[in-house]
Design a protein around this ligand. Structure first.
Ligand code: PHE
Length: 336
């Protein structure tokens, strides 16, 4: 009987067809109700006990070989069926490309501009402690300027909060590195402001920081002018005195947008000037907080909101559009 099994195994291995019906016939002949393998299982009872083990193993091997053969043959026909159906002359399926979010487009453009004059990108966490977001930036606990940047607190005493500006990255970077340094740090910031239905708790900023020997206000002005020329094609800027606890002196930068269209009148409120960022010379007290000697080094910092710049560049009228994820808006940036 063992010989019979060997013989059947040989037949199984040699069998080949691409015909569906032939495969079915093969199945019936071997493992159908009256198939030869099925018969062998029935005869198993008659096998003397001492041979049962060997016989059982062989017959199972045979059964597995039959099943494997059937699978193999079936996959052969399905492949063939598919190849027959493919029409190579048909045009391909159009693969819809996604688009970058306008905020990222503009962010990347700004990074590119500053990279070309030696600024590297530095990152910081969105969840900050009091030291990096406020205290080290010369905003001690009871400083009134903190009121302008209320935020969301994750823990109290010690305070852990969502950062209100990217200036926290200045501190983190200066703590870990030695001057000279030139960094740009883009990211999300948070403020607890619900002044109007248009104001939003989340927005994006880009921070710049340059610390070296003999950095002056003239360097700051030149750098910003280079930036506005590259980004907007507008080189006329003005700096108005302002106040930030971490810079001294501080300034607000306006770029001259012009009054060529009705939109220009609207967005500049008839003045032709547009405010684009805050900046100033890094306050010596801040440098001391991060163990940089203010007698040896000086530097400037600036910070700008990205949404506003995107709205200017793409003439978008409502800041809420950035967060709605409306595909009709996003699709318009597909080719940029
Ligand atoms: N952090 C300031 C803000 O969010 C902007 C700023 C950055 C001002 C760097 C001066 C220097 O309003």
């Amino acid at each position: 009987m063992l010989e019979k099994i060997e013989e059947l195994l040989g037949q199984v291995q040699q069998f080949h067809t691409k015909n569906k019906e032939e495969i079915e016939k093969f199945r019936i002949a071997f493992i159908g109700k009256k198939g030869s393998v099925t018969e062998l299982f029935e005869k198993f009872k008659e096998v003397p006990n001492e041979q049962k083990k060997e016989f059982g193993q062989k017959i199972n091997t045979l059964k597995q070989a039959v099943n494997a053969k059937i699978e193999e043959l079936k996959s052969g026909i399905s492949e063939e069926a598919v190849t027959e159906k493919i029409d190579l002359t048909k045009p391909g399926f159009p693969l819809e490309l996604g688009s970058r979010h306008p905020i990222n487009l503009v962010k990347n453009r700004i990074i590119e501009i500053f990279k070309s004059i030696g600024f590297a990108v530095a990152d910081g966490p969105e969840i900050e402690d009091d030291w990096h977001n406020f205290s080290a930036l010369n905003l001690p606990e009871y400083h009134p300027a903190r009121d302008m940047q209320d935020t969301f607190f994750i823990e109290k005493d010690p305070d852990i909060l969502l950062r209100t500006h990217t200036s926290s990255v200045q501190i983190r970077y200066m703590e870990k590195n030695e001057p000279p340094m030139r960094i740009l740090s883009p990211g999300r910031v948070f403020r607890n402001e619900a002044i109007s239905s248009r104001s939003h708790c989340i927005f994006h900023q880009i921070e710049g920081l340059y610390i070296d020997k003999n950095v002056s206000f003239a360097d700051l002005k030149q750098t910003i002018q280079y930036f506005t020329t590259e980004l907007f094609g507008k080189s006329q800027i003005r700096m108005r005195p302002s106040y930030f606890p971490f810079t001294e002196p501080s300034a607000e930068v306006d770029v001259y947008w012009g009054l060529n269209s009705e939109t220009d009148y609207r967005i500049t409120k008839g003045t032709g000037w547009l405010e684009i960022m805050g900046c100033g010379m890094v306050d010596p007290a801040v440098l001391k907080n991060v163990n940089i000697n203010p007698d040896e080094f000086s530097g400037f910092a600036f910070g700008m909101g990205i949404e506003r710049i995107v709205m200017l560049l793409y003439q978008m009228s409502d800041i809420r559009m950035f967060f709605e994820n409306d595909a009709r808006m996003l699709e318009q940036f597909k080719h940029l």
